[in-house]
Write a protein of this length. Sequence first.
Length: 365
Amino acid sequence: MKPLLIDAHQDLAWNMHTFGRDYTRPVAETRRLEAATLTPQRNGDTLLGWDAYQHGRVALIFATLYVSPARRALGEWDMEAYRDMEQARARYRAQAESYLRLTDTHPSRFRLLRTRADLHSHISAWRAADLETPNLPVGLTMLMEGAEGVRSPSELPEWWELGVRTIGPAWAGTRFCGGTREPGPLTDDGRALLAGMAEIGFTLDISHMDRIAVLQALDSYDGHIIATHANAAALLPGTESNRHLTDDVIDGLLERDGIIGIVPFNRFLKNGWLPANGRQEVPLDLVAAQIDYICQRAGDALHVGIGSDFDGGFGVQETPHGIDTIADLHQLTDLLQARGYTQQDTAAILGENWLRHLENALEGA
Ligand SMILES: [Zn+2]
């Protein structure tokens, strides 16, 4: 039996809003419906869908609220963009409401997990389903990526009430801190946000935060800290992007018992890769190498997982050779076992590490 797969990053709501994607559909149906549209050109072919979740035993997803600043919009079609914090707030709220609608309308397909009790009942059902295709609802825990829509820390309880449990203060830079391609430290607003988050019990996602801001947050944040989707910069020689994790950031996260979700996105696995190079240039073993790198620094297999970011601006065309849907990430088990990892290690990496994190992080929920 394949282990449970827990994915710490999928931009489902962004896809639902931008491309009308319906994740209750099978992967092949979404691809067929989109074949004559501009969607494959804009976001590639989907890697996600109901059948792949079941076949891949994807029990739980960190489902994002993701909107971007208008200055970084991908085109006129990219409507999930904001000009100010009022617009950001409205768009983030609309995405959260889409998850509430999805789980209300399709309770047999998707389930919002708010509390530790929700997590327990959800996961025990998945563990008990001793079937290749369990036909169980996929659990969603909400993750806010960017946070510009939080106008003041006094609004944090409202987001908690909606179901958000993890917040990343950056995507691009925000008024809270430097972000991808926009370096900078934590600001006073950022410190106030983090203090408010810790008080309520949010987990901090440092993905996309600039290195300086992360190092400051590692020193000051009282709550749980993770990187839902980020790779080690050391395995991307020549990269100048601040999107990847430097060794001091990795070590700081490990000291704080953090977990890092590795991203199976070709440009984050091989520096300078372009679609024209072909997928053959990027074997899935490069994902295993990223996982192994974190495990070697940690001295165990307990601090790394998967943060696929699937459908988050790229499709199957930009994933490693041999991947067709999320279910194919189970090929990592053999690749890791070839590197000496035990069955217990690979189960931890594919899902159990994120479950342990959620178990701890939802203590007060
Ligand atoms: Zn991201």
